[in-house]
Design a binder for this molecule. Structure first.
Ligand SMILES: C[S@@+](CC[C@H](N)C(=O)[O-])C[C@H]1O[C@@H](n2cnc3c(N)ncnc32)[C@H](O)[C@@H]1O
Length: 279
């Protein structure tokens, strides 16, 4: 690929999704766009870039954006956020929302859905105890419609269910279909998936008590990280909880959150007025 084409693609991708592909990662265009070329019957990368320059086909642009996302995920990824959810967040929410008995959870970069379903399985563990008579809604969103379709189907390969998923959850919540596994209808009903771009978080998503926004900010520049955290803050209840990925932080990016003193890996939102007054 020539430099002007790389430059054009990088800028286009950044404008669409916020993803940053620097020149040293330009090889990713070559490796990831081959399936898009064959899907659209385009003979070369140069021809693909020429089509994008002419803005002929919105579908092509969406496919290019989706192809450039990294969708790596697995059940109970990193373990700790899920024990924090089980042991700290959930009991706190149940105590604070006793009269309402409603809990809304957002998996903000859901990829193929394992994070959202992991949270759903934990909630199921408490459906006859802490969460008896509660209405729990989990929303998973992602920019990639291909990922959202996969997540909605709740169908995973043998390899995927062997990554992080405890065997008792596999036997309780999944049914074998040929050489794949589908998560139960009950859990699929509990989790709704829709496409959404974190660059423009739709307010129609509503507000949430718990937000998992993990392993996506790392792909954005500082400015967009700040913007996304601002948007997340708007949708998070004043006494809500947010969890980021293991290598992600609000430090130097947003002043709108602080750690819960009881669990320093979980963020709580600060009021904008107090942040303004302090600043
Ligand atoms: C590495 S996965 C993280 C999945 C999951 N949260 C986890 O931690 O396992 C990152 C996801 O972010 C999505 N993504 C990238 N840019 C996005 C954007 N602007 N808006 C919404 N999702 C985006 C990608 O499509 C991808 O599925």
């Amino acid at each position: 690929m020539n430099i002007p084409d790389i430059d054009f693609l990088s800028k286009l991708l950044h404008a669409e999704s916020g993803l940053v592909i620097n020149a040293d990662k330009a090889y990713l265009f070559e490796s990831r766009l081959v399936p898009v070329m064959s899907k659209f019957g385009i003979a070369s990368l140069e021809a693909l870039v020429a089509d994008l320059r002419q803005k002929k086909d919105r579908g092509l642009l969406n496919s290019v954006t989706e192809a450039m996302t990294t969708n790596e995920t697995y059940f109970f990824r990193d373990t700790k956020p899920f024990s924090q959810f089980r042991e700290f967040i959930l009991p706190m929410m149940v105590k604070n929302r006793e009269s309402r008995k409603q809990l809304r959870i957002w998996s903000a970069a859901a990829a193929s859905g394992q994070e959202a379903y992991s949270l759903a399985m934990i909630c199921q563990d408490f459906k006859h105890s802490l969460l008896r008579d509660w209405q729990v809604t989990i929303i998973g969103t992602d920019i990639s419609s291909e990922m959202i379709d996969r997540a909605r189907s709740g169908i995973y390969s043998q390899f995927e269910v062997q990554r992080g998923l405890p065997i008792n959850y596999l036997t309780t919540h999944f049914t074998r279909i040929d050489n794949q596994w589908q998560i139960s209808e009950e859990l699929r009903k509990m989790v709704k998936f829709e496409t959404a771009n974190l660059k423009n978080i739709p307010s129609s998503l509503g507000t949430f008590d718990v937000i998992f926004c993990r392993n996506v900010l790392i792909y954005f520049d500082i400015q967009l990280r700040t913007q996304v955290l601002d948007g997340v803050h708007r949708l998070l209840a004043p006494d809500g909880a947010m969890i980021l990925g293991g290598t992600e932080t609000v430090m130097g990016i947003s002043e709108l959150f602080e750690m819960y003193p009881e669990d320093r890996g979980v963020y709580r939102p600060l009021s904008r007025i107090s942040v303004k007054a302090a600043g």
